[in-house]
Design a protein around this ligand. Structure first.
Ligand code: GLN
Length: 216
């Protein structure tokens, strides 16, 4: 793909791992620490970490509103684990003062898969659009949010069986230009979710150049 710059929110969490994953796909990743770092981005990754801490740091750094603004303006965003919590419309089991962007119509339960010692690895079946990455991929869950409900506008791109109950729950979701996974794709060698995100970024760039009705 053409040269793009993807930001990775760099306040806390799996920042290096996401930058490395993007680098492996030939994309420049830019750590986002200030509002200026958002300039000219074509996509933004919200990494795993701790959503309560990220929420506090987003507020204290003054980044919350600028990040909310770029996401609201349609910048493609990819949230993993704590990043998913930040994107969800409803957070259960969070801190009362925890804030998020509320752009993915789902309800998540923080640490819904259990504690750190109950972290696990499994295989999930990714099933996206016709020309998008698909197939089995490894998925590492670390104090992951459990997606308990999804709205009708949300595409569920992968499900996983929940340890203990065996229930199949959504683990990768997309709504428009918002992509989120409950697990950590940056911690395995499988790059399909990052590739899927980059395809969404490229599509968004084409849409900006050729708004519908003007294309042709
Ligand atoms: N439990 C964390 C939270 O609620 C997420 C953990 C992770 O990102 N690995 O934010």
């Amino acid at each position: 793909m053409s040269v793009v710059t993807i930001g990775v929110l760099a306040l806390q969490g799996d920042v290096r791992e996401h930058l490395a994953a993007l680098g492996q796909l030939g994309v420049t990743g830019r750590p986002v620490l200030t509002e200026r770092d958002l300039d000219g981005l074509e996509g933004l990754v919200l990494p795993g970490g701790e959503s309560t801490t990220l929420s506090l740091l987003l507020a204290s750094s003054g980044l919350f509103d600028p990040v909310a603004a770029v996401i609201g303006a349609g910048l493609p965003v990819f949230g993993t684990c704590a990043g998913l919590v930040l994107l969800a419309r409803e957070v259960r089991g969070g801190r009362p003062d925890q804030r998020g962007f509320g752009v993915l119509d789902c309800a998540v339960r923080r640490n819904g898969y259990g504690r750190q010692t109950e972290s696990f690895e499994t295989t999930v079946e990714l099933s996206a659009g016709p020309n998008e990455p698909s197939g089995s991929m490894p998925a590492i869950f670390i104090r992951a949010p459990l997606i308990e409900e999804v709205g009708t506008d949300v595409e569920v791109l992968a499900r996983a069986s929940t340890p203990g109950t065996g229930e199949l729950r959504p683990v990768v979701c997309r709504q428009g230009s918002v992509l989120a996974s409950a697990f950590h794709p940056e911690l395995t060698a499988d790059r399909r979710l990052h590739q899927l995100f980059l395809a969404m970024v490229e599509r968004a760039a084409v849409d900006r150049r050729e708004p519908s009705g003007v294309a042709g």
